[in-house]
Ligand binder design. Structure first.
Ligand code: 13P
Length: 258
């Protein structure tokens, strides 16, 4: 049997509703840290993505020119255009310079009542526009305490992922809701268990593509715990909130792949 190709990791920053024009300097600083000068310095062995508020996509794209940093959106509408005041389409994000978009983040599921069907339509929109979709799933603390983690994840994956996916254009992010912004993380055993289950579900439905798809862990990832979390089997990178806002912290997480 041929050796399995190693999955290239992705470390993605989700700035959420944070960042003004001046935040451009963080991307400039990150770019410098990712392209170190000198013989001993190593480039990271992972892809790096920053998802700022949509107002900053174009300027951060400009700031990231000549670096390996990709820029993404945090949400998109399912339609390409039309009478949807205040919404942004995947085509618009792409036009502004995005190559990725996060869909189905738990904050959008909670704040905007996004169902699995809505998330699926958004993932389809991302693909229609030529963006990589980062589809988020994760259980609440109540669901976890009730022992429902795996069944909740299975239901979310079944409903949120479009058919016929390929590993190049879809990433799945597991973000336990109770770990987001709390400083709490699951044990590595728990992360391993959930990620193994996600991998099994993806393999069953998408075959080789499911095997090659990147699975990110998100929820209180910091420079101090990144190496441990990123070493868990079937964890192919991180989706980072708070610690992605400062270049130094974010680079400290990227460095888990140095
Ligand atoms: P924190 O890293 O701030 O916990 O946020 C995680 C997250 O929601 C990323 O999408």
């Amino acid at each position: 049997m041929a050796a399995k190709a190693k999955i290239r990791a992705l470390v993605a920053g989700n700035w959420k509703m944070n960042g003004l024009k001046a935040s451009k300097k963080e991307v400039v600083s990150l770019g410098k840290r990712l392209a170190p000068k000198g013989k001993t310095a190593k480039r990271p062995a992972c892809d790096v993505l920053v998802c700022p508020p949509a107002t900053l996509i174009a300027s951060l794209k400009e700031a990231a020119k000549g670096t390996k940093i990709a820029i993404g959106g945090q949400d998109c509408h399912a339609k390409a255009s039309g009478a949807h005041t205040g919404d942004l389409s995947a085509e618009m994000l792409k036009d502004a310079g995005a190559t990725f978009v996060i869909v189905g983040h738990s904050e959008r599921r909670a704040d905007h009542g996004e169902t699995d069907a809505v998330v699926r339509a958004k993932a389809e929109a991302a693909h229609r526009a030529g963006l990589v979709a980062i589809v988020c799933v994760g259980e609440t603390e109540k669901q976890r305490d009730a022992g429902e983690t795996l069944s909740v994840i299975a239901t979310q994956l079944a409903g949120s992922l479009p058919d016929g996916l390929n590993a190049k254009t879809t990433v799945v992010a597991y973000e336990p809701v109770w770990a987001i912004g709390t400083g709490r993380t699951p044990t590595v055993e728990d992360v391993a268990k959930v990620h193994a289950e996600i991998r099994a579900i993806l393999k069953k439905r998408f075959k080789a593509e499911g095997e090659a798809m990147r699975l990110l862990y998100g929820g209180s990832v910091k420079p101090s715990n990144a190496a441990e979390l990123m070493s868990v089997p079937n964890v192919n990178g991180a989706l980072v909130g708070g610690a992605s806002l400062k270049a130094e912290d974010f680079h400290g997480i990227v460095a888990a792949y140095a």
